[in-house]
Write a protein that binds this ligand. Structure first.
Ligand SMILES: Nc1ncnc2c1ncn2[C@@H]1O[C@H](COP(=O)(O)OP(=O)(O)OP(=O)(O)O)[C@@H](O)[C@H]1O
Length: 312
């Protein structure tokens, strides 16, 4: 059996002239969490809906646990739990009835259904709410219940569309713990968000998507290492700062230089090795370098650098 539990192969989905998903390919290994990150309108929901068999690709295919969403949607549905970005209706039932409805829809019967219901209520922390009407739930509790609904048939793969949106910090932490625990139990999880930092800690791999294109994939550290080539350097000299500023400006990989007395502040494109070489070059030219401060780009800066903020 393939190690990849989700495989997206050259996926395209066009709505008229809008290329919502434009040639996206990636795969997620069994038991891994993949973070799908991009700004509004990037194409996240469209690709997740295709994986959940709620829409069909214009071209390409996707596989869930080895089954094609185009050719075997029924088999995909059995193996997949989908948490959409908005909560469904059914406001007049209580939590237990809500989960029971979906358990029945998946064909669970008798003891198996009861055990599954109990497990889901326990796992999602909704046991105390079992008799409460769904309409009276807080946003956080609704998200837990929705996660429970996606889990009720014990799927191998989970597709979670912005599950953390609108949650308070504690609820986000709880959600993160639940997702990591599900992955540790062997579930393969695709989770979307607008915010890279929100997913960084719980994902093994992330994919950054914009305007239907996957711009970068890899672990957060990998992407940060590869993309965070720009940094801000502050160099304090003992003297000859004006001369040094002119020398530095003439070099490649340096931009936006400002001088404040003996302090030079500029954008530098290069890694740690390039930075040491730059400092050695300055010292070699006789500049008395008293201090070097390097501000590396944060995760958010990297995200802003990778995406261009284009909205379709
Ligand atoms: N049914 C549809 N008909 C026409 N255009 C659509 C349809 N569904 C999505 N789109 C368009 O496809 C593009 C991608 O939308 P999608 O909802 O997949 O983005 P997203 O990354 O999930 O955005 P958000 O973070 O805002 O939910 C957008 O331009 C959107 O307007």
């Amino acid at each position: 059996m393939s190690r990849d539990c989700i495989e997206v192969r050259r996926l395209h989905r066009f709505f008229g002239k809008t290329k919502a998903v434009n040639d996206i390919s990636f795969s997620v290994s069994r038991g891994h969490v993949f973070g799908y990150i991009g700004p509004n309108g990037a194409g996240k929901t469209t690709s997740m809906r295709i994986l959940a068999t709620l829409d069909l690709p214009s071209y390409g295919d996707a596989f869930v646990d080895g089954f094609s969403v185009v050719n075997d949607p029924e088999l995909v549905r059995r193996r997949l739990g989908f948490m959409p970005d908005s909560f469904g209706t059914y406001r007049d039932v209580n939590c237990s009835e809500y989960l029971d409805f979906f358990a029945r829809a998946y064909g669970l019967v008798g003891r198996e259904r009861n055990q599954r219901l109990k497990w889901v209520l326990d796992f999602t922390g909704t046991k105390g709410m079992a008799e409460k009407p769904v309409r009276g739930l807080s946003k956080g509790m609704k998200q837990r219940l929705c996660l429970g609904r996606a889990l009720i048939h014990d799927p191998a793969v989970m597709i979670l569309d912005e599950p953390a949106a609108g949650l308070d910090p504690r609820a986000r932490i709880d959600l993160r713990k639940m997702i990591r625990e599900l992955a540790d139990r062997g579930k393969t999880i695709l989770i979307s968000s607008h915010i890279l930092t929100e997913l960084a800690e719980m994902c093994d791999t992330v994919g950054i998507i914009e305007q239907g294109h996957l711009l970068a994939t890899g672990s957060v550290e990998q992407i940060q290492r590869e993309r965070a080539k720009h940094r801000e350097l502050v160099v304090r000299l003992l003297d000859r700062a004006e001369e040094a500023a002119a020398d530095l400006t003439a070099r490649d990989a340096i931009g936006g230089l400002h001088r404040d007395g003996c302090r030079l502040r500029f954008e530098f494109e290069g890694d740690d090795v390039a930075q040491t070489e730059l400092v050695a070059w300055m010292v070699g030219k006789g500049y008395r370098v008293a201090e070097v401060i390097s501000h590396k780009k944060s995760l958010e800066d990297v995200f802003m650098q990778v995406t261009e903020g284009l909205v379709q």
